[in-house]
Write a protein that binds this ligand. Structure first.
Ligand code: GLA
Length: 998
């Protein structure tokens, strides 16, 4: 049986930080509105105001949250109330019965009154009148009217009493409206009784008789007539199915895919939700469970505001909190959901919980997503959204190679474009099973849900417990996909990756020993590679799989995290010290979530693996998965990690996860909690990650899952980079990295130069192209420098490292623009570029994978993001050496640079580059082009980075080359690289069969 704490519906772990979280959150002041979140009490509308966009919804006359708008920012006084005219009642759409309509209203009115209770009488009355004007529901208006009148009467009564008994001074204090909670509750009850009973006139008049003669009935009737005359017939009664909703419940009239689903003890799963209250606050709101969130939980960020709207089921005391966080200066909103069982009566089982639901108005839309497979992750696919249901998801326990938890909805009947059109991007901050759901209904409206996959999921919520759904980042752009991606990149770089790796930080150039040594990770092998690595300018040496237990192949030792002294006879520390002695940092590979059957750990604790005893289990890569829902397992594994990380100066960890989950059953959880295992597994993984981060904050964590099988925003909370794919073939990587860039910053994409022929595809891609592709990511190596590199190539690698160091800041922190899409290119080309924030510097990359025909020209490459008023020096870096002898159609390696324009540099205006474009000649399969653009007004200083630019201390170098202006024209450093990349004439025979170098 699991410890109580694990069974209470919240997950155990808040770690040591839990107290500080709650204190922090508890101390935050409630705001009426923040800079980014406005609440309009008169219209009951919430406006979330981003950099250029706005997201609006309102509490409607039923107390439902009606989504109104997500698009460009409107004027502050733009009233969106006219939007209810788009709701057309349909004969088959159920509407709530009369009595139900009153109940939510109590909550709505109560909340509004609470918020305004310190205001003057006159203002509250004004607010009530406005509400009546804006909300055409007749009963609701009457109820409100009655509330206010009763309140006013009560207050006057008080004032009178006061005048009779108190001094004028004391009396004035009674004039403002505050009445006690109790008073308020009584008032509403009175009002409701009055309106809902047959003798309402009598009750109200009896009340009114004391003071003034309000004929509520008569006035309400008149108003009703007035309102009915201005509302077209049929509009006054629309049900949920007709509305755009913020969150949709099950079984109460909305036939679309619901946002959540619960089952009560009595077997019912009907849960009507109505607005209850809301809260606006500065900073982001921490979670109670161990899931990662966007933003910093530990400090109140002044550039973020949060809104929490509580919906409640008045019959069952189930509550749902909708969380919205808005980040100033970005066009993103981060949403999540919390379900709370407040009923003392008993437990509830949650079967589905979406992190966000967005209903789109009736229009044409496209759906873009990133499906893939092992070694071909995150390929870009899009299709029109047509009537019916469409879902993509993972049921594998990780976010998966197959379906990344990211999606885009674009408006229009043509596919999404990079530079124009409205697009809505969604990135789930979750590494477990996810589902993205899209449904286009008969109305033409489109529902989008994203959250935990409801398949194989259920969560038992005891009384008083809650369940938190992961966060979803929602990015808006009305300038196409590029701007959406840039917003996501910026958010992730500034609010997700650990603080230590933000700002000017650039990851060190690393060499990973996997493809060089596989399981032969011995001290001597590693040291020989390390020496060569140091020589060419590598900064970090990473020892991959094979250093522990008896890990001589993939059948054994996972879980036995003790150094194999046969391979490292002097131990880990001696190796690390020796590597450090060369001037290199040291990194290590681990796979903490896994266990080999052939291991000491399994011998001792077979029940620690997921699966049911007595039943067979499937192996993946000859291994089982540890039950990370168990605290004892997590503690044990963390203890081993801690010991390794404390034992030597380890500055980088590659955290792998080489199989998906099967036979998902925890022997420690009771039967009714087995539906929780997938999610609890993800929470358990996060907990261990967080412990590593908290205790070893300086360590660069690169996550990995059989390559890019867990590339998601949540993973980036624990480390700045993720290994993008086990496919290290440069040409295959073009598509993988292009697709990945849709959601994730280039700085997070693990990319290495590997040897030829490539170990996965057996393709021989020119070194130049492998370099240029790897440059567009974290950059490193995955080859045996002692065997697979000629002396000449070694010199080229040195030059490449120098060039990478110089260019890395713009690649890591510049704005990324996709230019040619490899997924829809008839020419098999791809292109993209980076532009520094001051637009004085840019890098342009273009690639061709396979030329279908020799004769077809490429289009001119129109650049983006440049300053049209600037003149740029366009310099070609790493030119090819292959030339076509036209008369005989013979291609040969000429051992000297063959420049795209016949010469190394051109001067072209920004305006021409944007509108005319660069003529590109990529004539040979696997060729690539890299241009550096420097604005002519940006001469002098500082593009030349110090050789160890990787760990630039922002204090030591306050002027990042990106944030400042003048950048030196491409001379010294890149000249060097160019020279090094150009093979001396006598070394390469003039034969097309010797193209392997460049
Ligand atoms: C996974 C990773 C590889 C390597 C191996 C080691 O496949 O993606 O990079 O670390 O595991 O087993």
């Amino acid at each position: 049986m699991a410890p109580d704490k694990e069974n209470d519906g919240k997950f155990t772990s808040r770690l040591e930080r839990s107290n500080s979280y709650s204190t922090l959150w508890g101390n935050r002041a409630n705001l009426q509105s923040s800079r980014c979140i406005h609440y309009n009490a008169q219209q009951r509308r919430f406006d979330l105001l981003c950099r250029t966009c706005q997201y609006s919804f309102r509490v409607d006359e039923h107390g439902w949250l009606e989504h109104q708008y997500w698009g460009v920012r409107l004027q502050p006084d733009d009233d969106l109330d006219f939007l209810h005219h788009t709701n057309v009642a349909q004969p088959f759409d159920p509407i709530p019965e009369k009595t139900e309509r009153f109940k939510p209203h109590l909550a709505v009115a109560s909340d509004i009154l609470k918020r305004q209770s310190n205001d003057s009488n006159r203002n509250t009355w004004k607010a009530a009148t406005m509400m009546q004007r804006h909300h055409y529901n007749e009963e609701a208006s009457r109820l409100e009217n009655a509330c206010w009148r009763l309140l006013a009467m009560k207050q006057r009564r008080k004032e009178k009493e006061c005048a009779e008994t108190d001094s004028p001074h004391t009396c004035s204090e009674h004039i403002s409206i505050p009445v006690t909670e109790e008073d308020r509750a009584l008032l509403f009850e009175e009002a409701i009784r009055a309106l809902m009973t047959d003798n309402q006139d009598t009750v109200l008049k009896a009340q009114a008789a004391n003071k003034e003669h309000f004929d509520v009935r008569e006035e309400a009737d008149k108003r009703h007539e007035r309102e009915m005359s201005r509302i077209p017939p049929g509009l006054e009664r629309v049900g949920k199915n007709t509305k755009l909703l913020e969150f949709s419940d099950y079984g109460t009239g909305d036939y679309r895919i619901p946002s959540f689903n619960v089952t009560y003890g009595d077997g019912s799963n009907i849960s009507p939700l109505h607005y209850k209250a809301h809260r606006i606050t500065l900073g982001v709101v921490p979670m109670d469970c161990s899931m990662p969130i966007v933003g910093d939980e530990l400090s109140v960020q002044s550039d973020a505001s949060a809104l929490i709207v509580t919906l409640a089921d008045p019959f069952t005391d189930l509550e749902v909190d909708l969380h919205y966080a808005v980040f100033q200066d970005l066009d993103v909103i981060v949403r999540r959901t919390v379900i709370r069982n407040k009923s003392p009566a008993g437990g509830v089982t949650v079967q589905k919980i979406a992190s966000a639901t967005v209903d789109f108005e009736s229009d044409h839309y496209h759906f873009l997503h990133l499906p893939g497979e092992y070694t071909a992750e995150r390929q870009v696919v899009y299709q029109p959204i047509v009537e019916g249901y469409r879902g993509v998801d993972s049921r594998r326990g990780t976010s998966s190679h197959q379906h990344n938890p990211f999606a885009v909805i674009s408006r229009g009947d043509t596919p999404p474009e990079e530079s124009r059109g409205e697009v809505f991007g969604f990135a789930l901050v979750y590494s477990g099973n996810h589902r993205i759901e899209i449904e286009k209904t008969e109305t033409g409206r489109v529902r989008f849900n994203i959250g935990i996959n409801p398949d194989h999921f259920s969560w038992s919520l005891a009384s008083g417990c809650s369940l938190e759904a992961p966060e979803c980042i929602m990015a808006y752009s009305n300038e196409g996909l590029t701007y959406m991606s840039q917003q996501l990149h910026k958010l992730i770089r500034s609010h997700v990756i650990p603080q230590e790796f933000r700002g000017n930080w650039v990851c060190p150039i690393l060499l990973n020993t996997w493809e060089a040594l596989y399981f032969d990770q011995t001290h001597d092998n590693i040291m020989s590679i390390a020496k060569e690595a140091k020589d060419i300018g590598v900064e970090l040496l990473v020892m991959d799989d094979g250093w522990y237990g008896q890990r001589n192949n993939d059948k054994t030792s996972l879980g036995d995290w003790d150094v194999d002294l046969k391979k490292l006879p002097n131990g880990l520390k001696a190796l690390v010290d020796e590597v450090n002695g060369l001037g290199l940092k040291f990194g290590i590979w681990v796979e903490p979530e896994m266990i080999s059957v052939e291991s000491k750990l399994y011998e001792a604790n077979p029940e620690w693996a997921l699966g049911q005893s007595g039943k067979s289990r499937s192996e993946g890569r000859n291994q089982l998965v540890l039950d990370f829902t168990r605290k004892d397992v997590r503690d044990y594994i963390y203890g081993k990690l801690e010991a390794i990380l404390n034992s030597a100066n380890i500055e980088y960890v590659k955290w792998d996860c080489n199989r998906h989950l099967t036979e998902v059953y925890s022997r420690q959880l009771p039967p009714y909690r087995q539906g929780e295992v997938f999610h609890r597994y993800a929470l358990g993984v996060y907990e261990v990650f967080q412990r590593v981060r908290t205790n070893f904050p300086h360590i660069i964590v690169e996550t990995c899952a059989g390559g890019g099988g867990r590339f998601d925003v949540a993973m980036l909370k624990y480390g700045p980079q993720i290994w993008a794919s086990d496919n290290t073939d440069g040409l295959a990587r073009i598509r993988i990295q292009y697709g990945t860039s849709m959601a994730y910053p280039i700085s997070s994409i693990g990319s290495h130069i590997s040897s030829v022929p490539n170990h996965q595809t057996f393709r021989r891609t020119p070194l130049k192209t492998r370099f240029v592709v790897a440059l567009c990511g974290t950059f490193g190596y995955e080859l045996d420098l002692t065997k697979e590199v000629t002396p000449k190539e070694k010199e080229q690698l040195k030059a490449m490292n120098r060039l990478r160091t110089r260019l890395a800041p713009i690649i890591f922190h510049g704005d990324f623009y996709r230019l040619w899409n490899p997924f829809c290119s008839t020419n098999n080309v791809a292109a993209w570029m980076f532009v520094s924030p001051n637009r004085l510097k840019a890098l342009v990359f273009a690639f061709v994978t396979f030329k279908k025909t020799l004769g077809r020209y490429l289009p001119r490459l129109r650049l983006r993001g440049l300053d049209p008023h600037q003149k740029y020096v366009v310099s070609e870096l790493v030119p090819t050496t292959i030339r076509r002898i036209t008369s005989v159609q013979f291609a040969e390696d000429q051992d000297r640079p063959v420049y795209q324009f016949g010469k190394k540099t051109l001067e072209i205006s920004g305006l021409a580059l944007l509108n005319v474009g660069l003529p590109i000649k990529l004539e040979f399969d696997g060729d690539a082009m890299l241009m550096e653009l420097t604005a002519m007004s940006a001469h002098t200083t500082t593009c030349a980075m110090t050789p160890s630019a990787s760990f630039v201390d922002p204090k030591a170098h306050p002027e990042s080359p990106l944030s400042l202006s003048p950048i030196q024209p491409p001379t010294h450093q890149h000249e060097m690289a160019m020279t090094m990349l150009e093979p001396p004439p006598d070394e390469v025979p003039r034969s097309i069969s010797h193209r392997r170098i460049i």
